[in-house]
Each structure stands twice: as C-alpha cells, then as structure tokens.
Ligand binder design. Sequence first.
Ligand code: ACO
Length: 321
Amino acid sequence: MRAVIIGTGGYLPERAVTNDQLAAEKGLDTSDSWIRERTGIGQRHFAAEGETASSMGAAACRAALAQGGADVAEVDCIIVATATPDSAFPSTAARIQGALGVTRGMAFDVAAACTGFIYALGIADALIRTGQATGVLVVGTEVYSRILDWSDRGTCVLFGDGAGAVFLRAGDPAPGDGLLSTHMHADGRHGDILAVDGGAGSTGGTGVVRMAGREVFKHAVTKLASAVDEALEANGLDQSAVAWLVPHQANVRIIEAMGRKLGLPLDRVVITVDRHANTSAASIPLALAEATRDGRIKRGDLVLMEAIGGGLTWGAALARF
Ligand code: ACO
C-alpha cells in the first residue's frame, strides 16, 4: 500500500496583525519596511485566548476531511507536528483525536520544529507502506505567539499562529502517483542557533525562541538545496517535472533562492509568508490548503515540499496530488 493525498485543510486565527500594529502594540523599535525587505512578512495571525494547538489543529483536520469527502470513521492515525503543544501530555494529537471523536488507532506528536510537517508526513508514509495505518491525518499546528520574547525584535516579528492538515489514505496509486517519497535529516551539532530555551532540562517553563538569524540563513539554502536534489533523484525526476514548490514559509529570500535553484518562476511557488509569517510546522499544510482551494494545485500536479528548522532538522517530500 502507498499513501494518497485525499484532502488538505487550514485554520488561521481571526486576528491579523500588521507590522505597524505589532510595533505599536508591543512597543518595538522596528518598521514595516525593515520587516518586509528582509523577510517578506506583512502581517501574521495571532490566536485568541483559549485557542490552542489542538483546537486549531482539529479545525484544520475537519477541513481536510471535508475537502476530501472523507469520513472521520476512516481515521486510524493522527500525527501532529508542533513545538507549541497544549501540554507535555496528553499529546496534542491525542487531544485532537478526542475532539474529532476518533476512538481507534494511534495518535502522537512529533518534535522537529519547522521541519515537523515533513517528518510527520514521512512517518505517515512508512506506517501506510507497512500496513500499520490506513487513514492518517498529518497535522502541523502552532501558537508561536506564546513562545516569543517580545523584547527581541530580531525574532518576535517573524512568527505567526495557525494550523494545517492533510488526510492520507492507503491505496494502490499508479506508479508516479500519490506520496512519492520523503527525506528527513538532522544535525544536532547546530542545535544552539535556533532553539526554545524552555522545558524540563532548562528553565522548566515553556521558554522563548532564540535565533542566530544569519547562521540559520547560511544552513537553510545549502541544506534545502541538497534535500530537494535528493527527492528528485530518488524518483528519477528533474526539476522540470515540478508543477509547484510548496516551501516552508520562513523568509521570502530563502523561498526565492530555492525557486531560482529549481529554475521555477515565482508564480509556480506557493507563498504565504507575506500574510501568515512563519507558522513553523503549520506553514506547508496551510499553504497546501490555500493553493488547493484557490485552484492553483490541481489533481495530477507534482508538488515538491521542503523545510528546515530547529535541531537542526531539514527535509523534503514529493507528492503527486
Ligand atoms: N527591526 C529593525 N531592526 C532590526 C530588527 C527589526 N525587527 N531585527 C533586527 N534588527 C537590527 C539588528 O539589531 C541589527 O542592528 P545593528 O546592526 O545595529 O546591530 C541589524 O538589524 C541586523 O541584524 P541581523 O540579525 O544581522 O539582521 P539580518 O539582516 O540577518 O536579518 C533575519 C535578520 C531576517 C532574521 C535574517 O537573519 C534571516 O532571514 N535569517 C534566516 C532565518 C529565518 O528566516 N529564520 C526564521 C525562523 S527559522 C526557520 O523557520 C527555519
């Protein structure tokens, strides 16, 4: 059996905050032009009080099932990628399982920061190929607004909240169709350049994001390029076969560099970072939800996904929709 992508769904909190509004609200010494020029970000959404990774993730799952015309009774596995879980346990996945009323199969979280969705997709693929799951919700959901240091203008302007999900069904797609391959990497030696300093081994609290932006930028372009090459080579494809690049949405300059590397014009790259900012593990499934709804990504399109994040972790996935 192999995984077929049946539906995608997204959820964005109602409140959108522009760069100017953020600067005013938080008393930041920054400007709309600084943020736009360096990152491409114009606004982000922030969760309301009471909204959590699980409540937003459940909404994205419902949207993914609805788009695919799938019934919740088909779900036997929920994998959630998040760095901002509701609690250490129960997992956010188990909470979503409860909210959806699913009572069979498995549910667990994956910690791979901004690469979490690619990792979760890779695990889902393996579970389906080995017959251990037949209907998998793969979810990325984040409330970064709760782990930002509002006195650090170098990080707090970069992130937003939201959730995205895809529903995968075990099937027997033609060769070259469905989820083709996933590629996951980590190099823990670079853990310090992008980290949240909380948890039981540190402050004990939830911590806040710390980042050496230039260092991350340097790793991003080379590591993403090698992951993308690996995905294409593994499938005997070259970049001309790619209909859409759906990258992790950290920064428009990294996204543009990857588009150039693949020889893809920007109108074949799905970009949401201008409106969503960086929603970490949620950014790729949110972008998929948007581009399948507005008619850009169509059935039969080859979609290349790539991400890098804290760990460092990075990876890529290739799927025919
Ligand atoms: N507004 C105004 N000035 C700022 C801001 C801000 N929001 N943030 C930093 N600055 C200032 C700094 O204080 C510094 O001033 P100084 O020269 O007087 O000391 C100056 O701008 C340059 O700071 P840098 O941190 O070197 O800024 P840089 O040009 O590297 O841009 C950025 C920062 C946009 C984060 C960049 O490093 C980058 O794109 N990094 C890639 C990593 C990334 O996108 N991470 C996102 C999360 S990680 C992920 O998802 C993979």
